[in-house]
Design a protein around this ligand. Structure first.
Ligand code: SF4
Length: 307
């Protein structure tokens, strides 16, 4: 067994062997590896676990179908697999918040992806190699919204640190006191366990090939990242996403139109560059085309008219 694989399985067993855990499945490659590893821990140690997918309402259709297949597959093995539907869709959230989600205002994550897991040992496929933010703010165990009682417990304890977002990150899980604190606090705090935290991309892809792990078909279409269509964190990749899924673009524009009506009703000021839903979309996409500019397709027909 590979060293990193062994470490991940042992971490799962050490942290969740007696209590069980919930595996968070986003439909992406890291989640697929995580489920595979957890299944191994289940076979070796009898680790009890269930799987949960948070349906975001802006997932690619391929992800929705892949998750449904994964649900069937895990349920056929006797493992509970829940698809959690949010109270409000992305389109409703945009209207309710009266502003589009942005890199700095990711209210949708809180409502669509992070609204479950309180009081559970929630296991994620988060890896430090994915981003600087994750490198700085995540550890093998992270409490994302620590209560005061937990903050008091870790005061002066060198096995923990408080990250920039106010979460508590564990540094040393070989330490029995650290494990005891996790055991005492997970029911009242949001606790993430991240067994793949130190896996690099090269190793992850190599492991997927070696273990023949089935992935979301979007990876076979050249996608390196699978997530919400139009996620503001995806930067320029959003252009390719909306090219592939034009209905999502239309749905965002409709939501922005409704959002503008709500802003007006509430007496909120709206900039000129937000005069219509289409203009909000253009601003949101950081589209530098000038108003009035036209784009043509290969047949010479107007393909896009920038308003
Ligand atoms: S669109 Fe991006 S920021 Fe919003 S829920 Fe999805 S991943 Fe989070």
């Amino acid at each position: 067994m590979e060293k990193l694989e062994k470490q991940a399985i042992e971490l799962l067993q050490m942290m969740c062997g007696s209590t069980g855990c919930v595996i968070s499945d986003s439909g992406g490659k890291d989640s697929s590896v995580l489920k595979h590893i957890t299944l191994k821990a289940h076979e070796i140690y009898g680790l009890p676990f269930s799987v949960r997918h948070n349906h975001t309402t802006v997932d690619a259709p391929e992800t929705v179908y892949f998750v449904r297949d994964e649900k069937k597959k895990y349920e056929s093995m006797g493992i509970k697999y829940e698809i959690h539907y949010p109270a409000q869709s992305m389109w409703q959230l945009i209207v309710a918040h009266k502003t589009p989600p942005t890199r700095l205002m990711r209210y949708c994550c809180a409502d669509l992806k992070e609204n479950t897991g309180m009081g559970e040992k929630l296991v994620t496929g988060v890896r430090k190699a994915e981003s600087r933010n994750r490198k700085e703010n995540q550890g093998a165990v992270t409490f994302t919204k620590p209560k005061r009682e937990l903050l008091n417990k870790i005061k002066g304890n060198e096995n923990f640190y408080i990250n920039r977002q106010g979460g508590v990150v564990t540094l040393n899980l070989d330490n029995s006191e650290t494990r005891r604190i996790v055991e005492n606090c997970y029911r009242t705090n949001k606790t993430l366990i991240n067994p793949l935290i130190d896996w690099q991309d090269d190793f992850l892809y190599w492991y997927i090939g070696k273990e023949n792990i089935q992935l979301n078909p979007l990876y076979g279409c050249g996608w390196g990242r699978v997530g919400c269509i139009g996620c503001p964190m995806a930067g320029k990749n959003r252009w390719a996403e909306f090219e592939r899924y034009p209905k999502y673009k239309e749905a965002y524009i409709r939501a922005f139109d409704k959002m503008l009506i709500e802003r007006e009703k509430s007496g909120l000021k709206t900039m000129d560059i937000w005069a219509t839903g289409k203009k909000v979309f253009k601003w949101w996409m950081e589209d530098e085309n000038l108003d009035g500019q036209l784009a043509f397709d290969m047949g010479g027909n107007i393909y896009e008219e920038y308003l």
